[in-house]
Design a protein around this ligand. Structure first.
Ligand SMILES: *Cc1c(COP(=O)(O)O)cnc(C)c1O
Length: 380
Protein backbone atom coordinates (compact mmCIF):
# COMPACT_ATOMS: atom_id res chain seq x y z
CA UNK A 1 0.00 0.00 0.00
CA UNK A 2 2.87 2.41 0.48
CA UNK A 3 6.49 2.55 -0.55
CA UNK A 4 8.81 1.22 2.12
CA UNK A 5 11.05 3.84 3.75
CA UNK A 6 8.90 6.68 2.49
CA UNK A 7 6.52 8.46 4.83
CA UNK A 8 2.92 7.46 4.06
CA UNK A 9 1.89 11.11 3.99
CA UNK A 10 3.94 13.35 1.70
CA UNK A 11 2.85 16.43 3.69
CA UNK A 12 2.95 16.47 7.50
CA UNK A 13 -0.38 16.06 9.28
CA UNK A 14 -0.28 18.25 12.38
CA UNK A 15 -2.32 18.18 15.55
CA UNK A 16 -4.31 21.40 15.86
CA UNK A 17 -4.45 22.57 12.25
CA UNK A 18 -6.74 25.58 12.27
CA UNK A 19 -10.41 25.32 11.35
CA UNK A 20 -11.29 28.24 9.09
CA UNK A 21 -15.04 28.61 8.55
CA UNK A 22 -14.93 30.62 5.32
CA UNK A 23 -11.89 32.55 4.02
CA UNK A 24 -14.15 34.56 1.65
CA UNK A 25 -16.45 35.71 4.43
CA UNK A 26 -13.42 36.55 6.59
CA UNK A 27 -11.99 38.75 3.82
CA UNK A 28 -15.32 40.56 3.51
CA UNK A 29 -15.44 41.23 7.26
CA UNK A 30 -11.84 42.50 7.30
CA UNK A 31 -12.82 44.92 4.53
CA UNK A 32 -15.68 46.12 6.72
CA UNK A 33 -13.30 46.64 9.65
CA UNK A 34 -10.83 48.60 7.54
CA UNK A 35 -13.50 50.81 5.98
CA UNK A 36 -14.96 51.57 9.37
CA UNK A 37 -11.46 52.42 10.74
CA UNK A 38 -12.50 50.95 14.08
CA UNK A 39 -9.78 48.42 14.75
CA UNK A 40 -10.04 47.80 18.50
CA UNK A 41 -11.58 49.08 21.77
CA UNK A 42 -15.10 47.66 22.06
CA UNK A 43 -15.75 47.63 18.34
CA UNK A 44 -18.90 46.25 16.71
CA UNK A 45 -17.29 42.91 15.74
CA UNK A 46 -16.20 42.36 19.34
CA UNK A 47 -19.65 43.27 20.66
CA UNK A 48 -21.31 40.84 18.30
CA UNK A 49 -18.90 38.05 19.14
CA UNK A 50 -19.43 38.55 22.88
CA UNK A 51 -23.20 38.51 22.40
CA UNK A 52 -23.02 35.28 20.40
CA UNK A 53 -20.82 33.57 22.98
CA UNK A 54 -23.14 34.70 25.79
CA UNK A 55 -26.13 33.38 23.92
CA UNK A 56 -24.49 30.08 22.93
CA UNK A 57 -23.49 29.09 26.43
CA UNK A 58 -26.17 30.97 28.35
CA UNK A 59 -23.84 33.05 30.50
CA UNK A 60 -24.42 36.62 31.65
CA UNK A 61 -21.05 38.33 31.06
CA UNK A 62 -18.54 37.65 28.29
CA UNK A 63 -15.26 39.52 27.85
CA UNK A 64 -13.35 38.72 24.68
CA UNK A 65 -9.64 39.16 25.28
CA UNK A 66 -6.34 38.90 23.44
CA UNK A 67 -5.60 35.29 24.46
CA UNK A 68 -6.48 32.63 27.00
CA UNK A 69 -3.41 33.23 29.16
CA UNK A 70 -4.15 36.93 29.63
CA UNK A 71 -7.77 35.92 30.27
CA UNK A 72 -6.58 33.76 33.17
CA UNK A 73 -4.28 36.43 34.52
CA UNK A 74 -7.05 39.03 34.52
CA UNK A 75 -9.47 36.59 36.18
CA UNK A 76 -6.86 35.69 38.81
CA UNK A 77 -6.31 39.39 39.60
CA UNK A 78 -10.01 40.21 39.55
CA UNK A 79 -10.68 37.37 42.03
CA UNK A 80 -7.94 38.73 44.30
CA UNK A 81 -6.13 35.40 44.63
CA UNK A 82 -3.01 35.46 46.82
CA UNK A 83 -0.53 32.94 48.23
CA UNK A 84 -1.21 29.37 47.13
CA UNK A 85 -3.57 28.19 44.43
CA UNK A 86 -4.29 24.49 43.81
CA UNK A 87 -3.92 23.47 40.18
CA UNK A 88 -3.34 20.24 38.23
CA UNK A 89 0.09 19.54 36.78
CA UNK A 90 -1.55 17.55 33.98
CA UNK A 91 -2.42 20.56 31.78
CA UNK A 92 -0.89 22.89 29.24
CA UNK A 93 1.88 24.90 30.91
CA UNK A 94 -0.04 28.19 30.51
CA UNK A 95 -2.46 27.23 33.30
CA UNK A 96 0.34 27.09 35.86
CA UNK A 97 2.45 29.85 34.33
CA UNK A 98 -0.50 32.25 34.62
CA UNK A 99 -0.54 31.74 38.41
CA UNK A 100 3.19 32.09 38.68
CA UNK A 101 3.23 35.20 36.46
CA UNK A 102 0.73 36.79 38.87
CA UNK A 103 3.10 36.14 41.78
CA UNK A 104 1.19 33.15 43.19
CA UNK A 105 2.46 29.76 44.30
CA UNK A 106 0.98 26.88 42.31
CA UNK A 107 0.31 23.79 44.44
CA UNK A 108 -0.08 20.73 42.25
CA UNK A 109 -2.92 18.28 42.76
CA UNK A 110 -3.09 14.87 41.16
CA UNK A 111 -5.68 13.71 38.64
CA UNK A 112 -8.22 10.95 38.24
CA UNK A 113 -6.59 8.58 35.72
CA UNK A 114 -10.01 7.63 34.31
CA UNK A 115 -10.90 11.18 33.24
CA UNK A 116 -7.54 13.01 33.35
CA UNK A 117 -9.24 15.75 35.38
CA UNK A 118 -8.21 17.07 38.79
CA UNK A 119 -9.00 14.71 41.67
CA UNK A 120 -11.14 16.50 44.28
CA UNK A 121 -9.92 14.18 47.06
CA UNK A 122 -6.36 15.26 46.40
CA UNK A 123 -7.45 18.91 46.22
CA UNK A 124 -8.75 18.57 49.79
CA UNK A 125 -5.40 17.21 50.96
CA UNK A 126 -3.53 20.20 49.50
CA UNK A 127 -5.54 22.93 51.24
CA UNK A 128 -3.52 24.96 53.77
CA UNK A 129 -3.99 28.27 55.58
CA UNK A 130 -2.26 29.92 52.60
CA UNK A 131 -4.62 28.52 49.96
CA UNK A 132 -6.70 31.26 48.32
CA UNK A 133 -8.36 29.37 45.48
CA UNK A 134 -8.52 26.48 43.03
CA UNK A 135 -7.69 26.72 39.34
CA UNK A 136 -9.21 23.61 37.76
CA UNK A 137 -9.07 22.59 34.10
CA UNK A 138 -11.78 20.95 32.00
CA UNK A 139 -9.25 18.85 30.20
CA UNK A 140 -9.65 17.54 26.64
CA UNK A 141 -13.19 18.89 26.40
CA UNK A 142 -14.41 16.87 29.36
CA UNK A 143 -15.71 18.85 32.33
CA UNK A 144 -13.83 18.73 35.65
CA UNK A 145 -15.77 17.30 38.65
CA UNK A 146 -17.74 20.52 39.10
CA UNK A 147 -20.07 19.30 41.86
CA UNK A 148 -17.27 18.04 44.11
CA UNK A 149 -15.22 21.20 43.51
CA UNK A 150 -18.21 23.36 44.26
CA UNK A 151 -18.69 21.49 47.57
CA UNK A 152 -15.03 22.12 48.47
CA UNK A 153 -15.41 25.75 47.46
CA UNK A 154 -18.33 26.22 49.84
CA UNK A 155 -16.83 24.23 52.68
CA UNK A 156 -13.52 26.11 52.67
CA UNK A 157 -14.63 29.44 51.20
CA UNK A 158 -12.26 29.06 48.26
CA UNK A 159 -13.17 30.48 44.84
CA UNK A 160 -12.86 28.11 41.88
CA UNK A 161 -11.65 29.47 38.56
CA UNK A 162 -11.87 27.15 35.55
CA UNK A 163 -9.42 26.96 32.69
CA UNK A 164 -11.94 25.99 30.03
CA UNK A 165 -9.48 26.41 27.15
CA UNK A 166 -10.42 22.93 25.84
CA UNK A 167 -14.09 23.08 26.63
CA UNK A 168 -15.95 25.68 24.61
CA UNK A 169 -19.30 24.08 23.76
CA UNK A 170 -19.05 21.36 26.42
CA UNK A 171 -21.67 20.53 29.07
CA UNK A 172 -21.54 19.13 32.61
CA UNK A 173 -24.75 17.74 34.09
CA UNK A 174 -26.51 19.24 31.07
CA UNK A 175 -25.31 22.78 31.90
CA UNK A 176 -22.87 24.52 29.59
CA UNK A 177 -19.29 25.05 30.70
CA UNK A 178 -18.93 28.77 31.31
CA UNK A 179 -21.46 28.69 34.15
CA UNK A 180 -19.32 27.01 36.79
CA UNK A 181 -17.13 28.41 39.56
CA UNK A 182 -16.70 32.16 39.98
CA UNK A 183 -15.46 32.55 36.40
CA UNK A 184 -14.28 30.47 33.47
CA UNK A 185 -11.71 31.19 30.83
CA UNK A 186 -11.67 30.07 27.18
CA UNK A 187 -8.85 30.09 24.65
CA UNK A 188 -9.60 30.85 21.01
CA UNK A 189 -6.04 30.19 19.91
CA UNK A 190 -5.45 29.07 16.31
CA UNK A 191 -5.04 25.44 17.40
CA UNK A 192 -8.31 25.28 19.34
CA UNK A 193 -11.37 23.99 17.45
CA UNK A 194 -12.91 27.46 17.54
CA UNK A 195 -10.36 30.17 16.88
CA UNK A 196 -10.06 33.93 16.59
CA UNK A 197 -6.43 33.63 15.32
CA UNK A 198 -5.27 34.44 18.86
CA UNK A 199 -7.88 35.17 21.48
CA UNK A 200 -9.84 34.08 24.46
CA UNK A 201 -12.69 35.04 26.75
CA UNK A 202 -13.50 35.41 30.42
CA UNK A 203 -17.08 34.52 31.28
CA UNK A 204 -18.95 34.86 34.56
CA UNK A 205 -22.43 35.23 36.03
CA UNK A 206 -21.06 37.41 38.86
CA UNK A 207 -21.90 41.11 38.30
CA UNK A 208 -19.27 42.54 40.68
CA UNK A 209 -16.51 40.38 39.27
CA UNK A 210 -17.62 41.34 35.75
CA UNK A 211 -17.32 45.03 36.60
CA UNK A 212 -13.73 44.52 37.78
CA UNK A 213 -12.82 42.46 34.73
CA UNK A 214 -14.29 45.08 32.39
CA UNK A 215 -12.02 47.75 33.90
CA UNK A 216 -8.94 45.56 34.10
CA UNK A 217 -9.13 44.50 30.45
CA UNK A 218 -8.69 48.14 29.41
CA UNK A 219 -6.06 49.67 31.77
CA UNK A 220 -8.69 50.44 34.42
CA UNK A 221 -10.40 53.08 32.25
CA UNK A 222 -13.94 53.89 33.37
CA UNK A 223 -14.30 56.84 30.97
CA UNK A 224 -12.19 58.98 28.66
CA UNK A 225 -10.06 60.59 31.37
CA UNK A 226 -10.95 58.42 34.31
CA UNK A 227 -8.83 55.50 35.47
CA UNK A 228 -10.40 53.86 38.51
CA UNK A 229 -8.45 50.63 38.94
CA UNK A 230 -5.29 48.81 38.04
CA UNK A 231 -5.45 47.17 34.65
CA UNK A 232 -3.70 45.77 31.64
CA UNK A 233 -4.25 45.66 27.90
CA UNK A 234 -6.26 42.47 27.36
CA UNK A 235 -8.43 43.68 24.49
CA UNK A 236 -9.33 41.54 21.50
CA UNK A 237 -9.06 43.47 18.23
CA UNK A 238 -11.65 43.59 15.48
CA UNK A 239 -9.92 41.27 13.01
CA UNK A 240 -9.78 38.53 15.62
CA UNK A 241 -13.41 39.13 16.51
CA UNK A 242 -14.28 38.93 12.79
CA UNK A 243 -12.58 35.54 12.57
CA UNK A 244 -14.64 34.45 15.56
CA UNK A 245 -17.88 35.52 13.86
CA UNK A 246 -16.95 33.62 10.70
CA UNK A 247 -16.09 30.50 12.65
CA UNK A 248 -19.28 30.77 14.69
CA UNK A 249 -21.26 30.44 11.48
CA UNK A 250 -19.58 27.06 10.99
CA UNK A 251 -19.25 25.87 14.57
CA UNK A 252 -21.83 23.08 14.31
CA UNK A 253 -20.17 21.76 11.16
CA UNK A 254 -16.77 21.78 12.88
CA UNK A 255 -18.11 19.86 15.87
CA UNK A 256 -19.90 17.36 13.63
CA UNK A 257 -16.70 16.78 11.71
CA UNK A 258 -14.68 16.36 14.94
CA UNK A 259 -17.24 13.84 16.13
CA UNK A 260 -17.21 11.79 12.95
CA UNK A 261 -13.39 11.84 12.97
CA UNK A 262 -13.33 10.64 16.55
CA UNK A 263 -15.92 7.93 15.86
CA UNK A 264 -13.79 6.71 12.96
CA UNK A 265 -10.65 6.57 15.10
CA UNK A 266 -12.61 4.78 17.84
CA UNK A 267 -13.87 2.12 15.44
CA UNK A 268 -10.38 1.75 13.97
CA UNK A 269 -8.48 1.30 17.22
CA UNK A 270 -11.07 -1.04 18.76
CA UNK A 271 -9.26 -4.13 17.49
CA UNK A 272 -5.74 -2.85 18.36
CA UNK A 273 -4.23 -4.52 21.40
CA UNK A 274 -3.48 -2.30 24.39
CA UNK A 275 -4.63 0.90 22.69
CA UNK A 276 -7.78 2.82 23.47
CA UNK A 277 -9.29 6.28 23.26
CA UNK A 278 -9.88 8.25 26.45
CA UNK A 279 -13.65 7.91 26.99
CA UNK A 280 -16.01 10.87 26.72
CA UNK A 281 -18.46 11.82 29.46
CA UNK A 282 -21.69 9.93 28.77
CA UNK A 283 -24.68 12.08 27.88
CA UNK A 284 -22.78 15.38 27.74
CA UNK A 285 -22.11 17.79 24.92
CA UNK A 286 -18.56 17.66 23.66
CA UNK A 287 -16.59 19.52 21.02
CA UNK A 288 -14.62 16.32 20.25
CA UNK A 289 -11.59 18.47 19.50
CA UNK A 290 -8.96 16.14 20.95
CA UNK A 291 -8.48 12.52 20.00
CA UNK A 292 -6.60 11.24 23.04
CA UNK A 293 -5.09 7.80 22.69
CA UNK A 294 -3.74 5.81 25.62
CA UNK A 295 -1.10 3.17 25.12
CA UNK A 296 -1.28 0.70 28.00
CA UNK A 297 1.42 -1.58 29.28
CA UNK A 298 -0.27 -4.51 27.55
CA UNK A 299 0.37 -2.97 24.12
CA UNK A 300 3.11 -4.69 22.11
CA UNK A 301 4.88 -1.35 21.58
CA UNK A 302 5.65 1.53 23.91
CA UNK A 303 3.98 4.92 23.57
CA UNK A 304 7.19 6.41 22.19
CA UNK A 305 7.63 3.61 19.65
CA UNK A 306 4.09 4.13 18.44
CA UNK A 307 4.69 7.86 18.24
CA UNK A 308 7.85 7.26 16.22
CA UNK A 309 5.98 5.02 13.76
CA UNK A 310 3.42 7.79 13.30
CA UNK A 311 6.01 10.52 12.95
CA UNK A 312 8.08 8.46 10.49
CA UNK A 313 4.98 8.55 8.33
CA UNK A 314 4.52 12.31 8.71
CA UNK A 315 1.66 11.97 11.19
CA UNK A 316 2.77 14.59 13.69
CA UNK A 317 0.91 13.21 16.70
CA UNK A 318 1.88 14.75 20.06
CA UNK A 319 2.73 13.53 23.55
CA UNK A 320 0.58 16.24 25.12
CA UNK A 321 1.37 17.18 27.93
CA UNK A 322 4.77 15.69 28.15
CA UNK A 323 6.57 16.27 30.38
CA UNK A 324 3.85 17.31 32.80
CA UNK A 325 4.19 20.80 34.23
CA UNK A 326 5.85 19.85 37.53
CA UNK A 327 8.71 18.50 35.40
CA UNK A 328 9.12 21.81 33.57
CA UNK A 329 11.01 24.86 34.76
CA UNK A 330 10.80 26.69 37.05
CA UNK A 331 8.64 24.12 38.88
CA UNK A 332 11.08 21.25 38.51
CA UNK A 333 13.90 23.08 40.26
CA UNK A 334 11.61 24.51 42.92
CA UNK A 335 9.97 21.18 43.79
CA UNK A 336 12.12 18.36 42.44
CA UNK A 337 10.13 15.76 44.40
CA UNK A 338 6.65 16.90 43.36
CA UNK A 339 6.16 13.80 41.19
CA UNK A 340 6.21 11.51 44.22
CA UNK A 341 2.83 12.78 45.29
CA UNK A 342 1.45 12.92 41.74
CA UNK A 343 1.45 9.22 40.77
CA UNK A 344 -1.52 9.39 38.39
CA UNK A 345 -0.11 12.44 36.60
CA UNK A 346 3.22 10.65 36.22
CA UNK A 347 1.59 7.48 34.87
CA UNK A 348 -0.84 9.17 32.48
CA UNK A 349 1.85 11.43 31.00
CA UNK A 350 3.71 8.28 29.90
CA UNK A 351 0.84 6.76 27.95
CA UNK A 352 -0.87 9.54 26.00
CA UNK A 353 -0.70 10.32 22.30
CA UNK A 354 -2.90 13.04 20.77
CA UNK A 355 -3.87 12.37 17.14
CA UNK A 356 -4.61 14.87 14.35
CA UNK A 357 -8.25 15.82 13.77
CA UNK A 358 -10.36 18.82 12.78
CA UNK A 359 -11.68 19.91 9.40
CA UNK A 360 -8.22 19.52 7.82
CA UNK A 361 -8.29 15.72 8.41
CA UNK A 362 -10.60 13.41 6.46
CA UNK A 363 -11.80 9.81 6.80
CA UNK A 364 -9.28 8.18 4.40
CA UNK A 365 -6.48 9.92 6.29
CA UNK A 366 -7.80 8.55 9.58
CA UNK A 367 -8.00 5.06 8.08
CA UNK A 368 -4.37 5.39 7.00
CA UNK A 369 -3.30 6.61 10.47
CA UNK A 370 -5.04 3.61 12.06
CA UNK A 371 -3.32 1.31 9.54
CA UNK A 372 0.08 2.82 10.41
CA UNK A 373 -0.59 2.07 14.08
CA UNK A 374 -1.82 -1.46 13.30
CA UNK A 375 1.37 -2.16 11.34
CA UNK A 376 3.56 -0.76 14.12
CA UNK A 377 1.84 -3.11 16.57
CA UNK A 378 2.07 -6.16 14.33
CA UNK A 379 5.78 -5.60 13.61
CA UNK A 380 6.49 -5.67 17.34
C1 LIG B 1 -4.32 26.77 24.90
C2 LIG B 1 -4.41 26.65 26.35
C3 LIG B 1 -4.20 27.74 27.20
C4 LIG B 1 -3.65 29.05 26.71
O1 LIG B 1 -4.44 29.73 25.84
P1 LIG B 1 -3.77 30.82 24.88
O2 LIG B 1 -4.95 31.40 24.19
O3 LIG B 1 -2.86 30.08 23.96
O4 LIG B 1 -3.05 31.80 25.71
C5 LIG B 1 -4.42 27.58 28.55
N1 LIG B 1 -4.76 26.40 29.07
C6 LIG B 1 -4.95 25.31 28.30
C7 LIG B 1 -5.35 24.03 28.95
C8 LIG B 1 -4.73 25.39 26.93
O5 LIG B 1 -4.85 24.30 26.17
Amino acid sequence: MHVQNQPYFAEPLHVGRPNIGSPERFHALIDEVLHRRWLSNDGPMLKELEARVADWIGVKHVFAVSNGTVAMEIAIRALGLTGEVIVPSWTFVATVHALRWMGLTPVFADIDPETHNIDPRDVRRRITSRTSGILAVHLWGRAAPVDELSAISEEFGLPVLYDAAHSFGVSAGGRMVGNFGRAEVFSFHATKFFNTLEGGAIVTNDDDLAARIRLMRNFGFAGEDSVVSEGINGKMHEVSAAMGLVNFDHIDEIITRNKSNRDRYAAGVESLQGISLLPLAAGEKSNYQYVVLEVSESAPVSRDELLKALRDNNVLARRYFWPSVHRMEPYRTESPDAGRTLPNTEAVSERVVVLPTGTAVDAPEIDAIVEIMAQALSRA
